[in-house]
Design a binder for this molecule. Sequence first.
Ligand code: AGP
Length: 609
Amino acid sequence: MCGIVGYIGENKALPVLINGLTKLEYRGYDSAGIAVYNDGELFVKKCKGRLSNLKEIIGGDLEDTVIGIGHTRWATHGEPSVENAHPHTNVSSSIAVIHNGIFENYMAVKDWLINDMNISFKSETDTEVIAHLIDYYYDGDLLDAVNKTVEKMRGSYALAVICKQEPDKIIAVRKDSPLVVGIGENENFLASDIPALLKYTRNVYLIENNETVVLTKDSIVIYDELGHKMDREVYHVTWDEESAEKDGFEHFTLKEIYEQPKAIYDTINRRLDDNGNITIEGVNLTSEDLKKFNKVYIVACGTAYHAGLVGRYAIEKFANISVEVDIASEFRYREPFIDENTLFIAVSQSGETLDTLQSLREAKRRGARILSIVNVVGSSVARESDDVFYTWAGPEIGVASTKAYTTQLIAFYLLALKFGELNGHLDRSRYNELLDEMKKIPDKIDEILVDVSNVQQLASEQFNNESIFFMGRGLDVDSAFEASLKLKEISYINSFAIAAGELKHGTIALIENGTFVVSLATQEKLLEKMGSNIKEVKARGACVLAVTRFGNTEIEKVADSVWYIPEIIDEFAPVLSIISLQLFAYYVSLARGNDVDKPRNLAKSVTVE
Ligand code: AGP
């Protein structure tokens, strides 16, 4: 959730901290702060709101400082305010801490600090407790004090700590929250995510769970939880800073919508060998493995969960294996029927979503084989999986997931075809036919993107709505869920999606004169039924947009407006139908004056439960 960054070296720290935080602001943006060491003292500057506010209050005397840590916050404990912004310090302000995650048992420790140690707290955060606890254990050895502190902590955290008595080092620890170290020359870096480091280095160490790292200007030492020094391979980042820039687009979200043809092309074509066979580097399932699985369990959150719904359909249809799909935060708290005959698929853009990660661990404990569909290379979900399908969508910065979603759909299609081939359910000609259809998808998305004036026009007419409904049948319900989530998260319009057949069982009571209903109708065998559902809402005064397949002009007789997607087989229609609806959400959000890339209350990567 929160973004953390650190710098130690022979250059100025402030520009590195600010640049890093700018790249991490998508992780959280309700307050921001830095702590730096200068002339024998620690200085902390923090503010409520966006990073731009922080930029206004730093500089001056601190410009020459060469060590510091910075934080951009997504509030968990305590409202967004200057007091609750990180960094937090001990009473004498000799120790400064930034934290991403949740210190679950902080209340017990806080009570003890207040009652027995007489500490008075300046904030409502769990993080301030950490600063006081490090102080309590500090006896001239910061590493030792940090180790003793984390021994007392339950929960998830990535921490970075500096101390005025030891101004030559930054200490950082990771448990269930991402942490990467950037390797420089006479300087080293720390961040919760790679984009924050790309301006300075492409060589990084990925810090593992329960590891502590000590950074100085010219050394990086990683320790495991028993205090043993760990060797770590340098991970070389292949994408560059530009791919994490807006590239002339007004927002990352828009840029990422337009990047979908290329992202999908890459996801497909890197998986085809010269003979047209699907070979997925990182996924080593054999036909023997496939025969063993009597069930596939797909678990994810939010948009990734919606991709899983489509994935279920594809795997059941193309590979004839029974599939269950669950929301990760629910999955964790039931007693799922999972064993060594289950293939568990975790889906996650960030690879750091805590509920997804914990579900994966639960499935692993029960003996399942773990396959993940992940975008961020080297992320926790990827590292803890037996097999990994990387979506290669490139960095997704907009909080609303767009290209990650469509590449997840492609990943599922490729896996389903591969499984069907391996277990013999798909014959070669059908397999080739489906693959040929898939290869046409990038061009078909380009066709949609070439003229979006109809989308802009409708967004300009409907942006003031208080509520918007989405409905569909079959695969179209899954797309409706995703389209509705996209709209609500960036426009703040109260939208929801429903299976069209369910309407008459209650929800139709909400339809009144002028209610705007988006009706997805791309599935050949369900077109007539959808036509009837549209008539039902029209009869109650609804204004209907239909998103349908090319050639289904009949629908113009019932819907108020119609958007056509290029011809495609039913199974792949979700990749096309979502594109205009992503754009619709974007233009509605824009018309309402919202911050499209950083919608309120959200964060890109949800590393708390
Ligand atoms: C998508 O638009 C959302 N911001 C959100 O639902 C997201 O898909 C969800 O939090 C899961 O994230 P992940 O893919 O990084 O695991």
